[in-house]
Design a protein around this ligand. Structure first.
Ligand code: HEM
Length: 574
């Protein structure tokens, strides 16, 4: 009875204030049954239209507030950051994410968080000064060759591209990239509300391992992760002793030591570096895959980015110094992030003290969601928000247009996708560089289309993709050839409005551009498309450069860290 009373009790509303509106839900479980597992963020956005840009929702006894407006998110999460910067508890992890100083993005704003953010700032600035050691350009060559040789594994190659850059930044080597991808995937499952069962049924985490497979899975995940991070630290330590350690975040952690970074437990530096590796490994691959998807369904725009690349780069691959000269490429990237936000529900903040907003009461203990999906669909700011339309960043008649075009549009940095207030993403500059070079290189070499896709490119290796993705079906009938539309023209000096060709986007569940994975970071599920080489001479150029790099030993092969994977450590079943 006590538990029932606790779960069904409503917070007391101080005099003069109103409760936030929101769906009523059911006793105890609240609105859980009304939220579909797939694309739940669309349901939350619909409720935003029904109840307003800030509303309240009970989910299994805990209080959640969903924000669909950038202004409100800034008013609360940034301007009142002192009380809105903690994180909610994630039940499916063994150690308390808020205090364990393992995962910086999941820590509450305590000493561990300040210490690690300081370290993160330093490693990012240092790597940025060194132009990220040109790792994105180096890995872009390997990516293109892999796509030429085996396009059917495109998602594996795109994810490897990102993971290899992050591994090089983190530890100075690309060989742990497959392991990093798996670590990222497993942690993502562990922390996603739609991932590990322990997040839906927290009591499973209180049982002994033999009664709770989900707890045993988490134990193996956590142990494997710890050992992996330790091994990487040991490797860099040895290399430092032997004076052959490439620059890396781990090397900075070791050389600065406790004196500089004030790490409080033995593996803290290894975790902080590893966490940055993980944060980078999957997030950036999502917009890269979204870009390919958008090119298939909005073919009228692709020639714009190709023209720009040909004009600026000719037969060499894009490089970081091209950035000011390529507003169109930046606009495609910014639009891909807006159209399909990589973290559509946002990463939640947690309110530590009762608050009031515009006459509404928000009780302490509320989980606050900046709902990126809805925030990036504000029709005032983004007319026809469901359309992928890169011109909204390039033509003066759109509210989002900003000059000078040498600087705007920015890509990830400065977008709402990077979060709010004191918890702003630490990796936005890495993300910008990786996406600019990665997506730019794809558009430099390939024409992406669905039109001639005769083969099924769904033969993903198990190693490249998680079970939830493998299990989701492919709509064999979907074919973009019916989506042919006129090419759109864009002249940067043109001021007058022109009517763009419009394409109808189906908003029902069958819309293939909404077929995304269900975890916290959403990426398109594998889909059919065709990669056609645009200029055969570019193939020779990129192959030659890659072979040169191979001869110089610049490209390491992936390493297997756990042998047959049957011991206490290794890849969990996902
Ligand atoms: C396109 C790629 C990326 C996206 C969409 C993304 C998104 C986000 C979001 C939404 C947050 C939470 C912000 C908040 O709580 O208000 C975040 C935090 C964070 N991100 Fe990123 N991120 C990306 C890339 C990266 C990369 C490449 C790194 C590092 C190499 C990184 C490191 C972090 C860290 C450490 C935090 C935690 C900051 C804190 O809680 O204090 N992210 N990111």
């Amino acid at each position: 009875v006590g538990l029932y009373k606790h779960l069904t009790s409503k917070p007391k509303i101080p005099k003069g204030l109103k409760p936030l509106p929101g769906p009523k839900g059911y006793p105890i479980i609240g609105s859980v049954p009304d939220v579909p597992e797939k694309n739940g963020f669309i349901k939350f956005a619909e409720w935003g239209k029904e109840y307003g840009p800030i509303y309240n929702c009970n989910l299994a006894g805990s209080n959640h507030v969903w924000i669909s407006s950038d202004k409100i998110a800034k008013d609360l999460l940034a301007k009142r950051a002192a009380i809105y910067s903690a994180r909610p508890h994630i039940p499916a992890l063994l150690d308390d994410n808020r205090t364990s100083a393992q995962y910086l993005p999941l820590l509450s704003n305590n000493d561990g968080w300040s210490r690690q953010r300081k370290f993160a700032n330093a490693i990012m600035r240092e790597a940025e000064k060194a132009n990220w050691h040109h790792y994105p350009e180096l890995e872009a060559k390997r990516l293109l060759v892999e796509l030429l040789d085996d396009p059917s594994q495109y998602n594996h190659h795109l994810e490897s591209f990102i993971a290899r850059i992050t591994c090089r930044l983190a530890w100075g080597h690309s060989e742990p990239s497959n392991e990093l991808k798996q670590r990222a995937r497993e942690l993502l499952i562990g922390v996603s509300p739609t991932g590990a069962l322990g997040n839906k049924l927290p009591f499973l985490m209180a049982m002994p391992d033999w009664m709770s497979p989900v707890k045993a899975w988490e134990r193996r995940r956590a142990a494997t992760e710890r050992r992996f991070f330790q091994m990487m630290e040991e490797q860099v330590e040895t290399e430092i002793k032997e004076k052959r350690a490439p620059p890396s975040w781990m090397r900075m952690a070791i050389e600065g030591g406790k004196e500089q970074w004030n790490f409080q437990y033995k593996d803290e530096g290894a975790y902080c570096v590893g966490m940055h590796g993980i944060a980078g490994a999957l997030t950036i691959a999502a917009p890269m895959q979204t870009f390919c998807l958008a090119m298939c369904y909005y073919p009228q725009y692709q020639h714009l980015v190709q023209e720009e690349i040909d004009r600026v780069c000719g037969d060499r691959m894009p490089q970081p110094s091209d950035r000011p000269n390529m507003p169109v490429l930046r606009a495609f990237i910014r639009e891909a992030l807006r159209w399909r936000p990589p973290v559509p529900t946002g990463i939640p903040h947690y309110l530590i003290q009762d608050d009031e907003y515009e006459g509404y009461h928000i009780p302490a203990g509320t989980t606050m969601h900046p709902l990126e999906w809805a925030i990036s669909r504000d029709p005032e700011l983004y007319p026809d928000p469901e359309e992928f339309n890169p011109l909204r960043w390039l033509k003066p008649e759109y509210p989002t247009y900003k000059e000078p075009l040498t600087e705007f549009p920015t890509m990830f940095t400065g977008s709402t996708q990077a979060g709010y207030g004191r918890r702003l993403c630490m990796g936005s500059q890495v993300a910008d560089e990786d996406m600019f070079i990665g997506i730019g290189s794809l558009a430099w070499l390939f024409h992406i289309s669905k039109e001639d896709a005769k083969r099924n490119i769904m033969m993903n290796e198990k190693a490249s993709i998680s079970e939830e993705e493998l299990n989701t079906g492919l709509d064999e009938d979907s074919d973009a050839s019916s989506e042919k539309s006129q090419e759109v023209k864009f002249d940067p000096t043109e001021v007058k409005a022109k009517k763009e060709s419009k394409k109808e986007v189906k908003k029902d569940e069958m819309d293939p551009t909404l077929d995304y994975s269900i975890l916290l970071i959403a990426k398109p599920l594998p889909f059919k498309f065709d990669l056609k080489v645009r200029k055969p001479e570019r193939v020779e150029i990129v192959r030659r450069q890659f072979e040169d790099g191979m001869e110089k030993g610049l490209y390491e092969s992936p390493k297997n860290y756990w042998g047959d994977n049957k011991g206490k450590l290794g890849w969990g079943k996902v």
